[in-house]
Design a protein around this ligand. Structure first.
Ligand code: TTP
Ligand code: MN
Ligand code: MN
Ligand code: MN
Length: 404
């Protein structure tokens, strides 16, 4: 038993954008539990609950040591009744009963599997579940109409659910740089997203493309995509025009340079190993069933067949010389580049908290395009992330400490 006096109390700011959150998490038992409940809430379209659990998890990630007693949490922000109950359960019993029952639930498992398909969101997954579809096998046999993204997502399901490594992100970065150099000299490519924050793996790779001369970036995305496509680097792509002017989250803006933000959701075909210099990805080695299922093999039972099929799939996977990787490409004019870099570096909660801070504490509107001061009724120009933090009255937090 620890006495009151021995307990170390924490002092933590209430906005995640005021805190330094590295990848060094001393409370992963607690943050895993809270993150799972956040995810479950999001999968059920309960956004308010989702944010509450995300904030609680982010707060626990920012603590400098491991929490051992509830009394240490006294006075901390962001911890609601529900989150405290979950934390208490984990501290006292090693696990949270709510987390365990959620993990076991048929609905949660199905939502995870179905939203694991690129192009499938919580709403589509919910509709399928109501129609009795709980897994990929049932989906494949259901006769459901899938859109182009979902077809691609289903086809590359295993690859896309396999974490992307930093080495793979760098290899793709080289290809993107080459594409961009080829279509417009002087263009710049920046790695954003989780990899910019120092994460060792990610669910995708995010790039921001710009050109130092304002206006030169116009029309760049279709050219980059055409270059990549003609060399067989893309398994899927969907390019979207900038919709900034029509969007509700940005301030209304008269300038015309705002409708130039373009973005491309893609699936890359990444050749494994060091063959990256070759601009033409080689065709997959066709592994024939006979290589694994040799003629002399007797298959008597379903279990044997299942075992052989598993071996075959493992063999096939190990022979495959390429993998599918989700890649996000965004083109920004240089005048908005600092805002775009800040907006695309994440984490998602850090971004959400920056915008909340700007609105609630500074009467400003922050987006990935601009910062508007509602008091002075003007846009605040910036060419670096440091300037944006300064406008917001925040201490500069480097990307590696934005892992809220
Ligand atoms: P993600 O790629 O979704 O997340 P991540 O890179 O932090 O983590 P992961 O390793 O799982 O890929 O998003 C990266 C950032 O991009 C995120 O901070 C928010 C921003 N973003 C937008 O601005 N608009 C969007 O529509 C999306 C999806 C992301
Ligand atoms: Mn530490
Ligand atoms: Mn990412
Ligand atoms: Mn992304």
């Amino acid at each position: 038993q620890i006495s009151e006096a021995e307990v170390a109390l924490f002092s933590v700011s209430s906005y995640a954008c005021q805190r330094r959150t590295t990848l060094d998490n001393h409370n992963s038992n607690l943050t895993d539990a809270l993150s799972l409940l956040a995810e479950n809430a999001e999968l059920n379209n309960e956004d308010g609950r989702g944010v509450a659990f995300r904030r609680a998890a982010a707060l626990m990630k920012a603590l400098p040591t491991q929490v051992i007693s509830m009394s240490q949490l006294r006075g901390l922000p962001c911890l609601g009744e529900h989150s405290l109950r979950v934390i208490k359960d984990v501290l006292e019993n090693g696990v949270s009963s709510e987390v365990e029952s959620t993990k076991q639930s048929k609905r949660y498992k199905a939502l995870k599997i179905l939203t694991g398909i690129f192009g499938v969101g919580a709403k589509t997954a919910d509709r399928w579940i109501r129609e009795g579809i709980y897994n990929l096998e049932q989906l494949r046999h259901s006769g459901q109409t899938l859109n182009r993204a979902q077809k691609s997502g289903l086809e590359h399901y295993d690859d896309l659910n396999e974490p992307v490594t930093k080495a793979e992100a760098d290899a793709i970065g080289e290809i993107v740089q080459k594409a961009v150099d080829s279509v417009l000299t002087g263009s710049q490519v920046a790695l954003t997203g989780g990899f910019r924050r120092g994460k060792l793996t990610g669910h995708d790779v995010d790039f921001l493309i710009t050109h130092p001369e304002e206006g030169k970036e116009v029309g760049l995305m279709p050219k980059v995509v055409a270059w990549l496509e003609s060399r067989g680097f893309l398994l899927y792509q969907k390019t979207t025009r900038n919709s900034y002017l029509e969007s509700k989250d940005g301030p209304a803006r008269p300038a015309s340079n705002m409708d130039r933000f373009e973005r491309c959701f893609s699936i890359f075909k990444l050749t494994k190993g060091k063959e990256q210099e070759s601009t033409q990805p080689e065709e997959q080695n066709d592994l024939k069933t006979k290589d694994v299922l040799r003629p002399h093999m007797q298959v008597d039972t379903d279990q044997q067949l299942c075992e052989l099929s598993k071996n075959y799939q493992m063999e096939a996977a190990s022979h495959k010389i390429w993998r599918a990787v989700r890649v996000d490409l965004v083109v920004s004019p240089i005048s908005q580049f600092a805002f775009a870099v800040l907006g695309w570096t994440g984490s998602k909660l850090f971004e959400r908290e920056l915008r909340r801070w700007a609105g609630h504490e500074k009467n400003m509107s922050l987006s990935s395009h601009a910062l508007f001061d509602n008091t002075q009724n003007k846009y605040l120009r910036a060419t670096s992330e440091e300037e944006i933090f300064a406008y917001l009255g925040l201490e500069y937090i480097p990307p590696s400490e934005r892992n809220a």
